[in-house]
Design a binder for this molecule. Structure first.
Ligand SMILES: Nc1ncnc2c1ncn2[C@@H]1O[C@H](COP(=O)(O)OP(=O)(O)OP(=O)(O)O)[C@@H](O)[C@H]1O
Ligand SMILES: [Mg+2]
Length: 291
């Protein structure tokens, strides 16, 4: 047990237990329709944050095809569910992607609900203390408006809804925004696969107009950025690399950096809920209590 914790600390590279910052920000990336670029964006966002010296974990809440393990070209075997059931330890499932960046293979929530009575919580939360020094956890949720996805969105500090210009995706993004606005008054959007800034802004303005007219509750929508439709992005995904590494000076990478800057700027100025355990363990506890 002690060895496992030590190994985790080595992976995360954190400081002594005396000065753990326990000040992790949780960013959920979601969408209405599938295949709009959530995992690509999550992985590249995490990569840029890590390059900037932040300690980052990618949490894959969407166990399916072509997700983070595929995009990052790493092999995963077990996930969070196995840890909660005590079948392995947290350090067994965590994959170090590069300096400052780890992948935590997660669970969609459905299975967690099914087995929750068998969980070894005490051991789990003891282990998660090795993650107390993370600056960011980027959560790649599945697409759609399922109950469990909503729990991740509710528990996150910032929610980013990704859409592409196609009308079906926009309709589904709107449905996600509408439901999520019940728990999150501030929602960000990324317009992916756009032709240019103008197209992104026009689409956003349309969605925002409809949202302001029809969704109450003080909802504030914010366009946090756009990404171009770009062969570089598709190619990197295909060859299991990150476009922010392959083409750091491309428009796509510049746009991704702008998104990250906007996000960090927002978070630095945000007064986060106080009196809350802002660690990975604390986040998971809140989540499981809701399941
Ligand atoms: N800006 C872009 N330009 C070109 N291709 C892109 C762009 N963004 C994403 N893609 C391509 O779209 C496909 C889907 O991307 P990705 O897997 O990231 O979407 P997703 O929302 O995570 O999908 P799912 O809902 O299935 O998890 C990938 O093949 C990727 O290469
Ligand atoms: Mg995905």
């Amino acid at each position: 047990m002690q060895n496992q914790a030590n190994r985790l600390q080595e992976i995360v590279g954190n400081s002594s237990s005396a000065n753990k910052n326990k000040n992790t920000k949780f960013i959920a990336i979601t969408s209405g329709k599938g295949g709009v670029g959530k995992s690509t964006i999550s992985a590249n966002m995490a990569n840029i944050l890590a390059e900037n010296g932040y300690r980052v974990a990618l949490f894959d809440a969407d166990i399916g095809l072509a997700n983070l393990d595929v995009i990052l070209n790493v092999r995963i075997d077990k996930n969070m569910l196995h840890v909660l059931k005590g079948e392995c330890s947290l350090s067994d499932i965590i994959v170090q992607v590069k300096k400052n960046l780890i992948l935590i293979p997660g669970e969609s929530g459905d299975e967690i609900l099914k087995y929750s009575e068998q969980f070894l919580y005490e051991r789990f939360f003891q282990e998660t203390s090795a993650l107390d020094d993370l600056d960011f956890v980027i959560i790649d949720t599945g697409a759609g408006i399922g109950d469990h996805i909503q729990l991740f969105l509710e528990a996150a500090d910032e929610v980013i809804v990704v859409t592409v210009p196609d009308p079906a995706a926009i309709t589904d993004a709107y449905a996600t925004i509408k439901i999520t606005s019940k728990s999150q008054p501030n929602i960000h959007m990324i317009l992916n696969m756009t032709k240019n800034e103008r197209e992104a802004q026009l689409i956003f303005d349309k969605i925002n107009k409809v949202a302001m007219a029809n969704i109450g509750g003080g909802l504030k929508l914010n366009l946090i950025g756009k990404l171009p439709e770009d062969k570089i992005i598709a190619k990197s995904v295909k060859q299991r690399t990150l476009f922010t590494n392959d083409a750091p000076n491309s428009q796509a990478s510049m746009d991704m950096k702008k998104i990250v800057n906007n996000l960090v700027y927002k978070l630095e100025r945000k007064v986060l809920k106080s009196g809350m355990d802002r660690s990975f363990g604390g986040f998971f506890k809140r989540l499981i209590e809701q399941f």
